[in-house]
Design a protein. Structure first.
Lengths: 293, 360
C-alpha cells in the first residue's frame, strides 16, 4: 500500500499542500479529484520524488520511498513529453531499461504493450510523426513498460477519444486486477465515476474527502427519489417527511427528511392510481464533489 | 533489479550517442571538418607558395645554386647576408665557407631551422649554420599552437550539443519522467560521457584522415614532428572537456526553450573562445603563456604547447593538470546542483540563484 502521510509543501509564501494524507490501496483504482490548482500535480510529484515535501512523508508498504523503490513506480506526468525524434518502440524499451529491465525484457514488454494499445503498426515511426492521441498512448506505454509496482497517472485520459479511453482503461484495469495500486487524477468527473474504486478529493491543498466511492456516496449523497405516475403529483406537497425538489405534472423529484418516508409516499401514490416509476436517485460524483469542496 | 548509477549513466550516454549519430547535422558537421582538413593540407601545394628566397655571396655560391628554382639575391658580403636572414628578408643565405669542411666551398645560413626547401634545391648539401638555434623552431611551435587551439575549439564547441539535448528534455517535459526514474547526477554524467565519446570519435576520424590529407599535400613530415606533443595534450583535453561539458549542461538547464538557449550559451562560448584567442595572441609572450598554462580552460592548450617547446618541466604539467582536475570536480559538483535545481523549472529563464536554492 502506498501511504501519503501529512505532507505539506509551499512555494515561496504560497502554501499549496497542507497536511495531506491518504492511502492508495493495492488492486484498487483510486481517483484523485480536485479543481485546477488544488494541488493534485504537486502531490503526485512529491510521491514520485520529483519534488521534496516541506513536511510529512510518502511510504510504500510502511517503508520510506527510496530511489530504488521509486524506480519501480510508473509515472505519467501531466505535462506530456517524450523524445520527439526517437522511434516509438525504441523509446519505450529504452525507458524500460532505465527502470532496471534487461534489454530483452524491455523489448518483450514494449512489444506486448504496443500490441495492447494498438500501436504495433507505428512502432518504427518517430514519435513526432504520430497524432496527439497516439502520442498519448505511447506515454501510457512508457509508464507501464517496466510492470510497475505502483501507477501514478496525472490526467491519463485528457486528450483521448472515447475509444482510446476504453483501450487505456482496459490496460489500467488489468494492472489493478494484478494487485497494483493505481492513482490517477482527473477533472472529468464522469470518467472517474465510471472507473474508480476509491476516491480522494482535494480542495485548496487539503483533503476534503477520501474513501471508497460507495461510502462517499452514502455519506455525502442526499436520499433523493423520483416518482412517475399517470396523473398530477401535486398532492405530494401535503405529504409529511419529504421535501419537493422538482414537480412537473405526473413527475416529481423529492428528498427525504424522515427515513422511511419514501415507503409512505409509494403507498399513497399506489392508492391514487398506477405508479410508472419509483427510483432512488444516486448522487453523481459531481454532486458529491460540489458538496465537499 | 534496480538500475545502478553506472548503468543509468551508460543508458543515458548510449541514447545521446545514438541520437546524434542519427541526426543529419552531426554528419554534415563532421563532413565539413574533414573537407576543411583536406583543403588546408592540399590547397597550399596546389596553388604553390612564394618561391624560397636566398641571399648569395660570391661566385662559388652562385655556382651551387645554378639551375635551382629559387628567388636569388646577390649581396656583397656574408655579414649583409646574415642581416637579411635575421631580418627575415630572405629564408636563407649561401655564403663562402672558409673552413674547408664543405665539399662545395659554401655554407648555408638560416635562422632557426635547416631550410629543407632550399637544401633540396642544391645538388650537394653544404653544412648549415643556425643563427638562433632552439629546441623547436618558431614556425613549428606556431603550428602546434594552432592545431591544439583548433582541436580545443572543436571539442569545446561540440559540447554545446549537451546544452541542446538538455533543453530538448526540458522543452518536451520528458525530464520529469527521467528525474523520477534515475538520479539527476546520472543524467548529467551520462550526457557528459556520451558527448565526450562522440567528440573523441570525431577526433579519431580526423586523426585517421590527417596523415592521408598531409601525404596528399606532400607535408607528411609535419606529423612526425607533432606526434610527441600529443602525449600531454590528450589528458589535458579530456579533463578540459568535462569542465566545459558541465558548464554546457548548466547553460541548457537554465532555459526552457531552444529559442532562449542563446542567452545562456554566451558565457560558455566565451570560456571556449577566450583560451583559443588568448593562446593564439600571446603565443610569443612566454610570461603570459606561463600564466595561461595554469589557468583552467586555457591550460588545456597552453601547457601542452609549453611542454612541446621544452619550456615546462613535467612537474609543471602535473601541477597544472591537478589544478584543472580540481576545478572540474568543483565545477561538476556546483553544476549538478544548479542542473538539478533548474531542470524542473519551466517558463522563461531560471536565475542561477533560484536554481541553486531550489535544490536545497
Amino acid at each position: 500500500m502506498l501511504t501519503v502521510k501529512t505532507i505539506s509543501r509551499s512555494f515561496g509564501d504560497r502554501r499549496v499542500l497542507d497536511d495531506v494524507s491518504f492511502d492508495v490501496r493495492p488492486g484498487r483504482m483510486t481517483g484523485f479529484l480536485g479543481a485546477n490548482g488544488s494541488g493534485k500535480t504537486t502531490t503526485m510529484r512529491i510521491i514520485l520524488g520529483v519534488l521534496a515535501p516541506n513536511g510529512g512523508a510518502v511510504t510504500w508498504n510502511g517503508a520510506p520511498v527510496t530511489q530504488d523503490v521509486r524506480q519501480r513506480f510508473g509515472y505519467m506526468p501531466e505535462e506530456r513529453g517524450l523524445y520527439p525524434k526517437m522511434k516509438v518502440a525504441e523509446q519505450v524499451s529504452w525507458l524500460g531499461q532505465l527502470h532496471g529491465l534487461s534489454a530483452a525484457t524491455a523489448k518483450a514488454n514494449t512489444d506486448r504493450l504496443l500490441e495492447q494499445l494498438e500501436l504495433t503498426a507505428r512502432a518504427g515511426d518517430k514519435l513526432e510523426a504520430l497524432s496527439l492521441g497516439n502520442q498519448q498512448r505511447v506515454q501510457i506505454a512508457a509508464a507501464l513498460v517496466h510492470d510497475p509496482d505502483v501507477l501514478i497517472l496525472d490526467e491519463p485520459f485528457s486528450g483521448l477519444d472515447p475509444l482510446a479511453v476504453d483501450t487505456v482503461l482496459g490496460v489500467l484495469r488489468e494492472r489493478a486486477a494484478d494487485g497494483v495500486p493505481v492513482l490517477f487524477s482527473s477533472h472529468q468527473l464522469a470518467v472517474v465515476e465510471k472507473l474508480c474504486d476509491d476516491l480522494v478529493i482535494i480542495s485548496g491543498g487539503a483533503i476534503a474527502a477520501a474513501g471508497a466511492r460507495e461510502e462517499l456516496r452514502a455519506k455525502y449523497g442526499t436520499s433523493r427519489f423520483e416518482l412517475v405516475t399517470d396523473t398530477d403529483t401535486g398532492w405530494l406537497r401535503d405529504q409529511p417527511g419529504i421535501r419537493i425538489v422538482d414537480l412537473d405534472g405526473p413527475r416529481a423529484l423529492f428528498d427525504l427528511d424522515v427515513p422511511g418516508a419514501d415507503q409512505q409516499v409509494l403507498t399513497a401514490a399506489l392508492g391514487r392510481g398506477p405508479v410508472r416509476a419509483f427510483t432512488p436517485v444516486v448522487p453523481s460524483l459531481d454532486e458529491i464533489f460540489k458538496e465537499v469542496i | 533489479m534496480a538500475t545502478s548509477f553506472a548503468s543509468a549513466t551508460r543508458l543515458v550516454a548510449t541514447r545521446e550517442i545514438k541520437t546524434f549519430l542519427q541526426s543529419k547535422g552531426f554528419w554534415i558537421g563532421l563532413g565539413v571538418l574533414v573537407a576543411g582538413l583536406f583543403a588546408s593540407a592540399i590547397l597550399p601545394s596546389v596553388f604553390g607558395g612564394d618561391r624560397e628566397s636566398v641571399a648569395v655571396v660570391g661566385p662559388a655560391a652562385e655556382r651551387v645554386l645554378s639551375g635551382a628554382d629559387l628567388d636569388v639575391r646577390e649581396v656583397s658580403d656574408a655579414a649583409t647576408a646574415e642581416r637579411l636572414v635575421r631580418d627575415e628578408e630572405v629564408d636563407a643565405a649561401v655564403v663562402p665557407d672558409p673552413s674547408g669542411d664543405s665539399a662545395t666551398g659554401v655554407r648555408v645560413v638560416a635562422l632557426d631551422d635547416a631550410p629543407t626547401d632550399v637544401l633540396a634545391q642544391l645538388s650537394t648539401a653544404p653544412p648549415v649554420s643556425l643563427l638562433d638555434a632552439s629546441d623547436v623552431s618558431q614556425g613549428l611551435q606556431q603550428l602546434v599552437i594552432m592545431v591544439f587551439a583548433l582541436v580545443f575549439l572543436i571539442f569545446g564547441m561540440s559540447g554545446s550539443a549537451i546544452a541542446q539535448s538538455t533543453v530538448t528534455e526540458k522543452q518536451t517535459r520528458i525530464v520529469e519522467i527521467l528525474v523520477a526514474t534515475v538520479p539527476v547526477r546520472a543524467l548529467l554524467a551520462g550526457k557528459i560521457v556520451g558527448h565526450a565519446l562522440l567528440t573523441l570519435g570525431q577526433v579519431v576520424v580526423l586523426a585517421v584522415a590527417a596523415p592521408v590529407a598531409l601525404a596528399l599535400g606532400g607535408q607528411s613530415e609535419l606529423l612526425t614532428v607533432m606526434a610527441p606533443a600529443l602525449g600531454w595534450f590528450v589528458p589535458f583535453l579530456c579533463v578540459g572537456f568535462v569542465l566545459l561539458a558541465a558548464m554546457w549542461a548548466v547553460a541548457g538547464s537554465l532555459v526552457s526553450r531552444q529559442e532562449d538557449l542563446g542567452s545562456t550559451m554566451g558565457l560558455v562560448m566565451m570560456l571556449v573562445m577566450g583560451p583559443y584567442f588568448a593562446v593564439m595572441f600571446f603565443s610569443d609572450n612566454p610570461a603570459v603563456l606561463t600564466v595561461l598554462s595554469y589557468v583552467p580552460f586555457s591550460s588545456a592548450i597552453a601547457m601542452p604547447v609549453r611542454l612541446f617547446a621544452g619550456e615546462a618541466a613535467a612537474w609543471e604539467a602535473v601541477l597544472s593538470l591537478g589544478v584543472l582536475a580540481a576545478t572540474v570536480v568543483l565545477t561538476v559538483l556546483l553544476a549538478s546542483r544548479v542542473y538539478a535545481g533548474s531542470l524542473l523549472q519551466t517558463g522563461g529563464k531560471v536565475a542561477l540563484s533560484k536554481a541553486w536554492a531550489a535544490s536545497s
